[in-house]
Design a protein around this ligand. Structure first.
Ligand SMILES: Nc1ncnc2c1ncn2[C@@H]1O[C@H](COP(=O)(O)OP(=O)(O)OP(=O)(O)O)[C@@H](O)[C@H]1O
Length: 243
């Protein structure tokens, strides 16, 4: 079974230690989120795990065969149109041009992008549309492991829910493993099997919450009541400085 295994990871920018002695495992089919205050090192941890930053101390073993990432800012290629942006990762997989366009069109329509938008360039898109293109680009390659860095934060509630539901479908079909970071405890409760609390200065995982009910069965009242419980947890109170 594929897994991401992190052991004793410590990382500094210059003299500032950002992450200290982080260890955890993510197994195939799991959804794991990291919550914590701004500047606590969440993005740094995700970038290290995704191989976008060079490790300093500790080890990271990633045995997933394919992975992709969606960031908070969409990072689309300005010289490519919507479909070509979505299809970008498929080219590297050796998928034919015809098939790339077909798959990009299918996922674009699933994410409520319209045919009229397919030829548009990033500068012609709204923030929400760009987010959907970025999310579609990350999913079109059907990655085994998906890294998400606050991908829903700039979206309106309806769109956020729609994309979350799309992920929940993939999670329910056991088609994906997800590691994501968020400020939003409700989002973490809606989607995660495990939630790590990252306390800052330097970043350490101080608590892990486990949610046992399948994501597809978590209705709003479950999400609200579990989030309310989390908000009373001493580690959450301390980490987010709620008092
Ligand atoms: N390239 C860099 N060079 C120097 N310092 C950096 C760099 N990137 C991030 N940092 C610092 O590392 C710390 C952790 O940043 P990081 O972006 O990982 O936090 P975060 O928890 O993801 O924050 P946010 O939720 O605001 O995105 C911050 O103090 C930040 O200023």
């Amino acid at each position: 079974m594929a897994r991401l295994k992190v052991e004793h990871l410590t990382f500094s920018f210059g003299y500032k230690t950002i992450l200290e002695d982080i260890s955890f495992e993510i197994h195939e089919g799991e959804v794991v989120s990291v919550v914590g205050p701004s500047g606590g090192g969440k993005t740094t941890l995700l970038r290290l795990c995704a191989g976008l930053l060079d490790r300093q101390e500790g080890t990271i073993e990633n045995s997933f065969k394919t992975q992709s990432i969606a960031f908070q800012d969409p990072r689309l290629l300005p010289w490519k149109n919507v479909l070509d942006n979505i299809a970008f990762g498929l080219k590297a997989q050796g998928v034919s041009k015809k098939e790339r366009i077909k798959r990009a069109q299918e996922i674009a329509l699933q994410f409520d992008l319209e045919e009229d938008d397919f030829e548009k360039f990033p500068k012609e898109l709204s923030g929400g549309m760009s987010q959907r293109v970025s999310f579609a680009r990350a999913l079109v390659t059907q990655p085994e492991l998906l890294f998400l860095d606050e991908p829903f934060s700039a979206l309106d509630i309806g769109l956020k829910r729609e994309l979350q539901n799309h992920l929940i479908e993939l999670i329910t079909k056991k088609e994906i493993t997800i590691f994501f970071i968020t400020h939003d405890l409700m989002e973490a409760v809606r989607l995660s099997d495990k939630i790590f609390v990252l306390e800052p200065d330097p970043g350490r995982i101080v608590k892990t919450f486990t949610l046992d009910i399948p994501q597809s069965k978590r209705d709003d009242s479950y999400v609200y009541s579990e989030t309310a419980k989390l908000l009373k947890d001493p580690y959450i109170i301390e980490t987010f400085e709620l008092e």
